[in-house]
Design a protein. Structure first.
Length: 325
């Protein structure tokens, strides 16, 4: 059976298809240039950002995603402001895959673009590049009128992991937009400063359950464990089971003995995932006070709960043996 695309050894040969009158033929040439993986294809693809056919321009944006570097970023920056949504969307996705810090030179100017979509996607692309000179425009973007832009700005700041930016992230945990608050809470995970931990703890009372869930999870990755134990134990009683699950998981990671009873009570919850996570957390803590709770679910109707409960019971027995009890 004939192959969909012909096999070429020379990028210049493939590029001849870019001159075809038929947009379909031009798209095939663009696809082949992308698949070639040859850096020489970048200049040919860059020359197609003004093609009259939106389908071709969209394919160019996708093909450029196979490459990296400043020339690629410059071409994608042009496509990000394309009038066609599909083209701009494809360019945004390819920009987010770039890793070369030099790409920021082409992306930074877009942070001030009049269109919120462009501003947000430019910030999303800058996040992965971890350029310190992106900090100021990201901090400025925290005052943007668009919630999506502010959320992406938080992402840039969080990826830089600079203690000097912690106050701005803490302030963002009080943003009007739940998406921004959620991103800010998550971004604070890198900091073990008491003030940062305090801001995450405060988010356990956020009116949006997904922000509370993120706070419960983030505290398990943050260095301020002692400060977080009591608030997390309270979160185990949250009205939303997803929040309870993340609080249980974090307390297990912290090996918080004080949380054993609160976690044990979750083993009779109707939500299987919460029971399963609670059993595992009791195993990580491995305190003898958890054994009665675990024994009650050794015959749980869910096999994963039974498996975790029995494993957890074994951890308690092994710990006792190690301690000579």
């Amino acid at each position: 059976m004939a192959q969909l695309f012909e096999s070429y050894d020379d990028v210049d040969d493939i590029s001849q298809g870019l001159k075809a009158d038929d947009p379909g033929e031009r798209r095939i040439a663009v696809i082949e240039l992308g698949h070639s993986g040859d850096p020489k294809a970048i200049v040919h693809l860059g020359g197609m950002t003004a093609d009259p056919d939106a389908g071709v321009r969209q394919q160019v944006a996708l093909a450029l995603g196979e490459f990296d570097g400043l020339p690629v970023a410059a071409a994608l920056a042009t496509l990000l402001v394309d009038v066609e949504t599909a083209v701009a969307g494809a360019a945004a996705d390819s920009l987010a895959e770039l890793k070369d810090p030099a790409c920021a030179e082409a992306i930074l100017p877009l942070v001030g673009h009049r269109d919120a979509f462009v501003r947000a996607r430019a910030l999303r692309a800058l996040k992965e590049l971890r350029r310190k000179d992106a900090l100021k425009p990201a901090l400025d973007a925290l005052r943007d009128a668009d919630e999506g832009v502010r959320a992406q700005a938080v992402g840039v700041i969080g990826f830089l992991k600079l203690e000097e930016a912690v106050p701005a992230l803490m302030a963002a945990t009080g943003d009007d937009g739940a998406v921004v608050r959620k991103a800010a809470v998550s971004a604070l995970a890198f900091s073990s400063a008491r003030s940062a931990v305090g801001a995450i703890v405060g988010a356990l009372a956020d009116p949006d359950w997904m922000v509370r869930e993120t706070a419960a999870e983030t505290l398990g990755m943050n260095g301020g464990a002692e400060q977080a134990v009591a608030p997390l134990i309270e979160a185990v009683a949250d009205d939303v089971w997803q929040v309870r699950l993340k609080a249980v998981r974090s307390l297990g990671r912290m090996k918080a003995v004080a949380a054993v009873e609160a976690i044990g009570r979750c083993l009779d919850h109707s939500q299987v995932n919460l029971r399963k996570e609670s059993a595992a957390a009791l195993g990580e803590i491995a305190d003898a006070a958890g054994l009665p709770f675990l024994e009650a679910v050794f015959d749980d109707p869910d096999p994963e709960v039974r498996k975790n409960a029995r494993w957890a019971g074994q951890q308690i027995v092994l710990k006792r043996q190690r301690e000579g009890r």
